[in-house]
Design a protein around this ligand. Structure first.
Ligand code: NAD
Length: 327
């Protein structure tokens, strides 16, 4: 029997590389595509020897050509961390807009089902809690984070337009904070920053008074939800995340405990537009996909901490990525 063929954009990134692994494991022919702007080839280099894996070094904001049949497209290409998208705001807008447009055009041509990676950031600084898919959000379009939030809102909008107008088979996942091995240590997000500081034996930096909350989903749980959504025929947005909410202060304390070191928390001013509260309502994912997270924070954090601990210590000191082109 012919293998199903799936194109994964953003394949060399944190989530994209885990998706490649999962689809290879399920017997698919996987075509990874990435321009390596924030991703790293080492995340997928173990796949290069496989016959059912191909890699295209390509920028998805440019026309995408993939020879042969495609059954599925997963569009995950986009800078995802504030530390990245604040430095490359135009690329972030372009990949959400033109990149998504190109992927939808390809899905139309190939008659493939396409799933696009949206984000909890479409809810902005939410005025309702927890956030259900029917909530429209509270986003500042001209704030610094607007480049990411609005790119993803446009992505959702054009995806629904292709569905309604061209009949393309589409899916939208709204991903909440996800963590696990292959996350970049220097990406500025709370979890890798805390872990790195703990590994270096430094005090942990919390912005604001630490009362703002986050909920963290372990990567294997998220990938399972995405897999089920892709294989379903559902078209409206679906939240995937772990509703287990924690304050950043409490979270920093958990990491200090995990490190077994005698570290303190230091407080710094809150960045602009930093969301105060974020918690997914995952009722829809439960009803449509029979999905809920299975891995507890204690378990997931332990795996992730040990993964980072086993990296060469120079990785714990790496500075945030700089970008050559700013257009
Ligand atoms: P990541 O930075 O690790 O991966 C993104 C990948 O996309 C990188 O490999 C990067 O090189 C690639 N890329 C960016 N622009 C590109 C372009 N123009 N052409 C080709 N490749 C390009 O980020 P991630 O955490 O793996 O996020 C993946 C996707 O999931 C993103 O779309 C992000 O918005 C979404 N998401 C992630 C999270 C999370 O918690 N990690 C939460 C919400 C949404």
């Amino acid at each position: 029997m012919q293998r199903k063929r799936v194109l994964i954009t953003g394949a060399a990134g944190f989530l994209g590389s885990h998706l490649c692994d999962r689809f290879i494991k399920e017997g698919f022919h996987v075509i990874g595509m990435d321009n390596l702007i924030t991703g790293e080839l080492r995340n997928i280099e173990h796949l290069f020897k496989l016959e059912n894996f191909e890699f295209y070094h390509h920028d998805v904001t440019k026309f995408i050509h993939v020879p042969g049949h495609l059954d599925y497209i997963l569009h995950f290409a986009s800078p995802a961390s504030p530390i990245d998208y604040l430095k490359i705001p135009i690329q972030t807008l372009k990949v959400g807009a033109m990149g998504t447009h190109n992927c939808l055009g390809l899905a139309k041509e190939k008659k493939a089902r396409i799933l696009v990676a949206s984000t909890s950031e479409v809810y902005g600084d939410p005025l309702v809690h927890p956030q259900h898919e029917d909530y429209w959000g509270n986003v500042n379009p001209i704030g610094p984070r607007g480049v990411y939030d609005e790119a993803k809102r446009y992505m959702e909008s054009i995806t629904m337009a292709y569905h309604n107008f061209h009949g393309v088979n589409t899916a939208i996942v709204r991903i909440f904070n996800t963590y696990g091995p292959r996350m970049r240590l220097n990406d500025g997000r709370a979890l890798p920053t805390f872990i790195c500081q703990a590994l270096r034996g430094e005090d942990l930096t919390v912005f604001g008074d630490g009362s703002q909350t986050r909920s963290f989903c372990y990567v294997d749980d998220l990938i399972e939800g995405i897999y089920r959504l892709l294989l379903s025929d559902y078209h409206l947005p679906v939240n995937l995340g772990n509703p287990d909410e924690i304050s950043l202060k409490h979270f920093a304390e958990e990491i200090i405990a995990l490190s077994g070191k005698n570290l303190k928390i230091v407080y710094k001013p809150l960045p602009v537009d930093d969301p105060k509260q974020r918690q997914p309502d995952i009722t829809r994912a439960g009803e449509i996909l029979g999905w809920k997270p299975a891995i507890s924070r204690a378990e997931g954090l332990k795996i992730t901490y040990n993964y980072f601990k086993n990296l060469p210590p120079e990785e714990w000191n790496k500075q945030p990525k700089e970008f050559k082109s700013m257009k």
